[in-house]
Design a protein around this ligand. Structure first.
Ligand code: FES
Ligand code: FES
Length: 157
């Protein structure tokens, strides 16, 4: 299979890569760039563990070909903390005990980031809708919702 040279912009950093046309963004992030914070759950678009942000919009890394990401801005969980300081959503996740095994956490944190950017004061119902695509087998969702609502309050102060 013919490989293609591409440049990916991930968390503000440019990466030059050569990839096969059938490789997903998820696999390239994890295997080529060692950005393993983006998780592989189902690998078929149903669990949300591989959630990333592409040009400001949520996307499932397992459903996007890496070569389609040329010239786009990609954000992953590794880019959420800034200069060693946790994002308010990350801090709220800790404070509200919203992390158990942590496998779903990167995905819902990024879903919540996009939610709060577009709706800084969401209702609990809007939070539930925003993370509906992020399956968690541990927390039962209430603590995750509490964390997102707490982060919204924290950003207001
Ligand atoms: S790994 Fe992509 S949606 Fe499950
Ligand atoms: S904390 Fe384990 S799947 Fe969500």
């Amino acid at each position: 299979m013919k490989h293609t040279a591409i440049t990916l912009s991930v968390n503000g950093q440019e990466y030059a890569l050569t990839v096969a046309p059938n490789r997903t963004l998820l696999d390239v992030l994890r295997d080529d760039l060692s950005l393993t914070g983006t998780k592989k759950g189902c690998d078929e678009g149903t669990c949300g563990a591989c959630t990333v942000i592409i040009d400001g919009k949520l996307a499932l890394g397992c459903m996007v070909l890496a070569i389609r990401c040329r010239g786009k801005t990609i954000e992953t969980i590794e880019g959420l903390a800034q200069n060693g300081t946790l994002h308010p959503l990350q801090q709220a996740a800790i404070d509200k005990n919203a992390v158990q095994c942590g496998f779903c956490t990167p995905g819902w944190l990024l879903a919540a980031k996009v939610l709060l950017e577009n709706h800084p004061h969401p209702s609990r119902g809007e939070v539930k809708t925003a993370i509906a695509g992020n399956l968690c087998r541990c927390t039962g969702y209430t603590k995750i919702e509490d964390a997102i609502l707490a982060a919204a309050d924290a950003e207001e102060r």
